[in-house]
Write a new protein. Structure first.
Length: 95
């Protein structure tokens, strides 16, 4: 679950997670309920997620919030709603 869009960043401490430099490539998935979720925190967004050659078919789309996601040859097919849901703090550049 994503933090509310109006939530203020919390102080960064030793227990604050920091996810970065993640590459997902050459993946095909079908029949899922959710295409996926890439979510960070206002004070610690997920950085440098790269999706290459990714094809996902699901009931609902890929949700991205407080994350920087780039990639190429990405196909998200959602039976309901938008294929990619950009929430607060999402920076998405897909080709």
């Amino acid at each position: 679950m994503l933090p509310p869009a109006d939530e203020a960043p919390q102080p960064v401490g030793r227990l604050t997670p920091h996810f970065h430099d993640i590459t997902i490539e050459n993946v095909t998935a079908t029949g899922s309920n959710v295409a996926g979720v890439i979510a960070g925190l206002p004070e610690s967004p997920v950085e440098n997620v790269v999706l290459n050659n990714v094809k996902i078919g699901a009931r609902t789309g890929l949700t991205i919030g407080y994350a920087q996601v780039t990639g190429s040859n990405v196909q998200i097919e959602a039976a309901q709603g938008e294929p990619i849901l950009k929430e607060a703090g999402a920076q998405v550049t897909l080709h």
